[in-house]
Design a protein around this ligand. Structure first.
Ligand code: HPA
Length: 233
C-alpha cells in the first residue's frame, strides 16, 4: 500500500499502462486484459491488473498534469517495483500534417514545467526509453498502424495565458501538446526504469477541430495495442 494506491504488494505488474482518465483505465482493463481485477479506488483513480497474452499487465489512471502523473509514477516505481511505464493519452496537434486521431510515439518531451530546473546543474532532456520506443515503432510498422514520432510538449497549463504561444513550439518541430510525458520520462531516468508515451490526437490547435468522445475511444484501440506489445524484446 502506498499513499495514493491501496494495492497489496505483488498486486501490480512490472508493466503498467497509464491513461490520464481513470475510466479509460477501466475500459482498457475490460477490453484488452483477461481476468482483470481492480486494485485501486483511492480518489477514484482506478487501477487494474489482468493478463495480456498470459502475462500480467496493470493499467492505472494517472490524472491530469505532471504533478498528478508523477505521484502515481513515483509510487508505482518506489512502492510496487514497476519497471515499464507506458502512457496512453490524448494530445492537441500543433502541425498541419498531424491530424485528428493520428498516433504519436513520443521520442522526447519538452516542457513548460519547472520540474527539471533544479534537479540537475543544466537542462535535462526527458527522453523515451529506446528499447520501448523501437519496439513500439516495429510493432506499429509490422501491423500497418500509421504513426508519427518526434518531440512533444508537456504543458503545465491547458489554457495558455497567451493562446498563440504554441506557434513557437510548432516552429521548432514540436508535434503536439499534452500534460504528463516530461514528468514520466524524468522519473524513469531518475529511477533507472523504462518509460514511453504514446498519444492520439484529440484536438487540433491550428484548425480548432476536436473529435467526439466515441471516436476518441476507437482511436484508442491501436494505441493500446502498441502499448501492450512494446515491452517484448
Ligand atoms: N492541450 C493539452 N493537453 C491536451 C490537449 C491540449 O490541447 N489535448 C489533449 N490533451
Amino acid at each position: 500500500m502506498s499513499l495514493h494506491i491501496e494495492a497489496k504488494s505483488g498486486e501490480i505488474a512490472e508493466t503498467v499502462l497509464l491513461p490520464g482518465d481513470p475510466l479509460r483505465a477501466k475500459w482498457i482493463a475490460e477490453t484488452f486484459l483477461q481476468d482483470a481485477h481492480c486494485y485501486n479506488e483511492v480518489r477514484g483513480m482506478l487501477g487494474y491488473t489482468g493478463l495480456y497474452n498470459g502475462t500480467p499487465v496493470s493499467v492505472q489512471g494517472s490524472g491530469m498534469g505532471i504533478p498528478s502523473a508523477m505521484i502515481y509514477a513515483s509510487e508505482l516505481i518506489r512502492d510496487y517495483n514497476v519497471k515499464n511505464l507506458i502512457r496512453v493519452g490524448t494530445a492537441g496537434s500543433f502541425q498541419q500534417d498531424i491530424k485528428l486521431r493520428d498516433i504519436v510515439i513520443a521520442m522526447s518531451a519538452s516542457t513548460t514545467s519547472a520540474i527539471n530546473q533544479h534537479r540537475l546543474p543544466g537542462s535535462f532532456a526527458p527522453t523515451a526509453n529506446s528499447t520501448l520506443f523501437l519496439n513500439a515503432v516495429d510493432y506499429a510498422r509490422v501491423n500497418n498502424i500509421p504513426f508519427k514520432t518526434g518531440n512533444i510538449l508537456s504543458a503545465d497549463e491547458f489554457y495558455d495565458f497567451e493562446p498563440e504561444n504554441f506557434k513557437k513550439w510548432a516552429r521548432f518541430g514540436v508535434l503536439c501538446t499534452e500534460m504528463e510525458t516530461a514528468g514520466l520520462y524524468t522519473l524513469a531516468a531518475q529511477y533507472g526504469v523504462k518509460a514511453l508515451a504514446i498519444v492520439s490526437i484529440s484536438d487540433h490547435l491550428l484548425t480548432k477541430e476536436k473529435i467526439s468522445n466515441e471516436v476518441r475511444e476507437q482511436g484508442f484501440v491501436e494505441m493500446v495495442q502498441i502499448a501492450l506489445n512494446c515491452t517484448n524484446s
